[in-house]
Ligand binder design. Structure first.
Ligand code: GTP
Ligand code: NA
Ligand code: MG
Length: 303
């Protein structure tokens, strides 16, 4: 139904920036986790999604974070990250400065018209020059508040934990000042697939971000051209959830195939309907592929 109250939902914050500028380590510091140590070659190769509960001035507020890779080959993931988010935290290493994927990331954020908070990281390092980062970014329209602009810059160190509360405060201030973060938990559930994979034990697993409504165990779901019944919902720690509210990233187990990142999902009344929609979409994709193949063949015929 479309009834029900509009409730505030947590902001969704995508962390972006050049490779090795400390995005994952910064999220580890905020979450008290250690994802960095498990990454092959220290390179993030997929999108991670986490919700943390901040406690600032005795006020508990959740924030959803999406971690993106900084390696140059993952442009599509960065573009998707910027599209599903409310705020981008642009991480720039204070000893390295503005680099190609820093610029790429801020271009994605500006194209998606998403407010940017700049986290100037690694200020513990020798050669760190946070003033220079502010200077460099003015060229791209990001002018720090202390220079008369309207972009919040926060100096942080993921290693020493300096500036973490200030960063969270800046994120929440940005959310409160520029965004209307409300969602109706009673609406038909919808959202977007952040990542899909085939798990050896569990079969197709999709990490989805719920954007409206409440996703529940047992729901019949269509995600892109995949469908199925939600067998289990898991949070980022692997804990089972009965339901997922708006802004909650959650793993969905129970789809019959693996959806693509960027696909939207919706919930329907019956399994039968989910299957029909998925079948129609699969047929449409096949037709499009056949058409483009025919076009290729006829072009080759011209040679
Ligand atoms: P990609 O996801 O691969 O783009 O990298 P990333 O931006 O997530 O960087 P990551 O968190 O993997 O950190 C890269 C390296 O910088 C690691 O060796 C971290 O330990 C180090 N590092 C991150 N933040 C800091 C910091 O604040 N100070 C210092 N000294 N080192 C840091
Ligand atoms: Na890295
Ligand atoms: Mg990383």
């Amino acid at each position: 139904g479309e009834e029900g109250d509009w409730e505030s939902r947590p902001p969704v914050v995508t962390v972006m920036g050049h490779v090795d500028h400390g995005k994952t380590k910064l999220l580890d510091a905020l979450r008290h986790s250690n994802v960095v140590s498990k990454e092959a070659g220290g390179i993030t190769q997929h999108i991670g999604a986490y919700q943390i509960v901040t406690e600032l001035e005795h006020n508990e507020r959740p924030i959803t974070f999406i971690d993106t890779p900084g390696h140059e080959s993952f442009t599509a993931m960065r573009a998707r990250g910027a599209k599903v988010t409310d705020i981008v935290v642009l991480v720039v290493a204070a000893d390295d400065g503005v680099m190609p994927q820093t610029v790429e990331a801020l271009n994605h954020a500006q194209a998606a018209e998403v407010p940017i908070v700049v986290a100037v990281n690694k200020i513990d390092k020798e050669g760190a020059n946070p003033a220079k980062i502010r200077q460099q970014l003015t060229e791209y329209g990001l002018v720090a508040e202390e220079y008369g602009g309207d972009t919040m810059f926060v100096d942080v160190s993921a290693t020493t934990r300096q500036g973490l509360d200030e960063l969270l405060t800046a994120i929440l201030l940005t959310a409160d000042a520029s965004l209307d973060l409300r969602a109706n938990t009673e609406q038909d559930p919808q959202g977007v697939v952040i990542e899909g994979k085939l798990d050896k034990g569990r079969g197709p697993v999709a990490t989805v971000l719920v954007q409206r409504g409440t996703l529940r165990q047992g729901d019949s779901i269509v995600a892109g051209d995949a469908y199925g019944r939600v067998r289990s919902l898991l949070d980022e720690h692997g804990n089972k959830l009965k339901e997922a509210l708006p802004s909650r990233p959650v793993q969905v187990v129970g789809l019959t195939s693996v959806p693509r990142a960027g696909d939207t999902f919706l919930v329907v009344e019956e399994d039968r309907v989910a299957r029909q929609i998925a079948d129609r979409r699969q047929a449409r994709i096949r037709n499009a592929q056949n058409a483009s193949m025919r076009k290729r063949i006829s072009l080759e015929d011209l040679d």
